[in-house]
Design a protein. Structure first.
Length: 82
């Protein structure tokens, strides 16, 4: 776990990498995510051409456990839009 967290902390090219994405993209973000704060998720989305964001109200980082219905609805909507 420590190695994973250290690797995440050391990663610095997210915006540059995100700008290269050329497919339909939906980011599902947790409103109370401490590991990947909402502000950071929205900033990342701003670098992805045409990206959509969905915010799971009250959720932290473990969206599929905390808000499975919200995640499923967001995935269905994203897939239906493609």
């Amino acid at each position: 776990l420590h190695a994973d967290l250290a690797a995440c902390d050391a990663y610095r090219n997210a915006a540059e990498a995100a700008a290269k994405i050329r497919c339909s993209t939906t980011l599902i973000l947790g409103e109370r995510d401490v590991m990947t704060p909402l502000k950071g998720g929205k900033a990342l989305a701003a670098n992805i051409p045409g990206a959509q964001t969905v915010v799971a109200a009250g959720a932290g980082h473990m969206l599929m456990i905390e808000r499975p219905e919200s995640v499923l609805a967001a995935l269905k909507a994203a897939l239906a839009a493609t």
